[in-house]
Design a protein around this ligand. Structure first.
Ligand SMILES: Cc1ncc(COP(=O)(O)O)c(C=O)c1O
Length: 367
């Protein structure tokens, strides 16, 4: 495991050495952006580290309201609620919508935060990965009414985009609700970076909810849900997770505000990111690696065994490149290495990665 000895950017320092970095989820390169860092420093000077109170008691500050307002403008929604983490978002939403659904149907490969969010006293089923036909079959065959369907927008491990163009018609047909965990799509997908629903022109569709995070493309931290004022009021009034957590700390709030400003002023960042990702994915396929996904900056290298995956990750590390081998959740050894490309990676870095992947194949064969 890489132990970082400095911040993350195109390069990281670890074990006293410098590595080209393709880990993490810093898609727009904002996590270490000078303007974001400066805003954080100013916020710490003004507000300190922590408001040390929940939003419901005395922990709401003007900068929370400013961040929520900026997020609402970015998302084109009436209102937004921010909270401690993206992971919490699914629990918060499934908790407050509880009297609107009778069962949860989740994608088989849904993120751990989705499985963990399904309330214990609620029935659940899993549909085959990205398979709208199977989802339709499960609902019809089991005579389900009021289903809540939940999926990642972009799958964290495979970089695939959930086919909402096929899933949403099934949701609508059965008068259900659709929740999209857009942790990896916010700021990345869609004409203006609003995420997977925008990618499929479903921004204004009724009964679609998104749970989102500022910890990936938006260079900060913390989860958020945007929507109607009725929805945000429900969260503020009913969610115990929201009410009983300490408010987002000032440096984190300031990072979110500063990042959103950069995203707003530089739409080219997202376009460049997706172009880089498309080029890299194409080259990786040409080299003969197995990969999945399309049109996202998450590019897995699928190896024939966990051992081969670990070996390739170490091979790259020996050549001063970090591409992590994934071994979570639950310490499960998987046969995937995940390349996360960012808008700020240079051509030189990408070329060096490809040269080394080619060298690996020459020395170790294809999988
Ligand atoms: C699909 C998905 N949802 C939620 C999360 C959790 O977001 P956060 O790290 O902001 O808690 C992650 C990853 O971290 C994720 O990949």
């Amino acid at each position: 495991m890489v132990i970082l000895e400095g911040g993350i950017g195109n390069y990281v320092n670890s074990k006293g050495r410098r590595f080209s970095y393709f880990g993490g989820n810093n898609y727009l390169g904002l996590a270490n952006h000078p303007a974001v860092k400066n805003a954080v420093i100013q916020a710490v000077r003004k507000y300190g580290i922590n408001f040390s109170a929940s939003r419901r008691t005395s922990g709401t500050a003007t900068i929370h309201l400013e961040l929520e307002n900026e997020l609402s403008l970015f998302k084109g929604k009436e209102d937004t609620v921010v909270f401690a983490s993206g992971y919490q978002g699914n629990s918060i939403l499934l908790e407050i919508l509880k009297d609107k659904y009778s069962i949860v149907l989740a994608d088989q490969l849904a993120h751990a935060s989705i499985s963990a969010a399904i309330p214990r006293d609620v029935n659940k089923m899993f549909f085959n990965h990205s398979d709208a036909g199977h989802l339709d079959y499960l609902i019809t065959h089991n005579k389900i009414s009021n289903p809540l369907i939940i999926t990642d927008g972009v799958f964290a491990l495979t970089g695939e985009i959930a086919p909402l163009d096929k899933i949403f018609p099934v949701v609508r047909k059965h008068k259900g609700l659709l929740v999209v965990d857009d942790a990896h799509a916010t700021g990345v997908l869609g004409k203006t970076g609003k995420g997977t629903p925008e990618h499929f022109n479903l921004t204004d569709a009724e009964n679609i909810y998104q749970t989102e995070t500022m910890s990936k493309a938006i260079g900060g931290y913390g989860g958020f849900i945007s929507g109607s004022r009725e929805l945000t009021q429900l969260i503020r009034e009913k969610s115990t997770t929201y009410q009983a957590s300490t408010a987002l700390p000032p440096p984190v709030v300031a990072a979110g505000i500063a990042s959103l400003k950069i995203i707003h002023e530089n739409p080219g960042l997202r376009i460049h990111l997706l172009e880089q990702a498309d080029r890299l994915r194409e080259e990786i396929l040409l080299l003969g690696f197995g990969t999945t996904g399309n049109g996202t900056p998450v590019i897995p290298l699928i190896m024939s065994s966990p051992e081969r995956a670990k070996k390739l990750s170490l091979f790259l590390e020996d050549n001063r490149i970090i591409v992590p081998h994934l071994n979570y959740p639950s310490n499960r050894e998987m046969n995937i290495l995940r390349i996360a490309v960012t808008a700020s990676h240079s051509d030189v870095q990408i070329k060096k990665l490809l040269v080394n992947l080619k060298k690996w194949i020459k020395e170790n064969g294809k999988d």
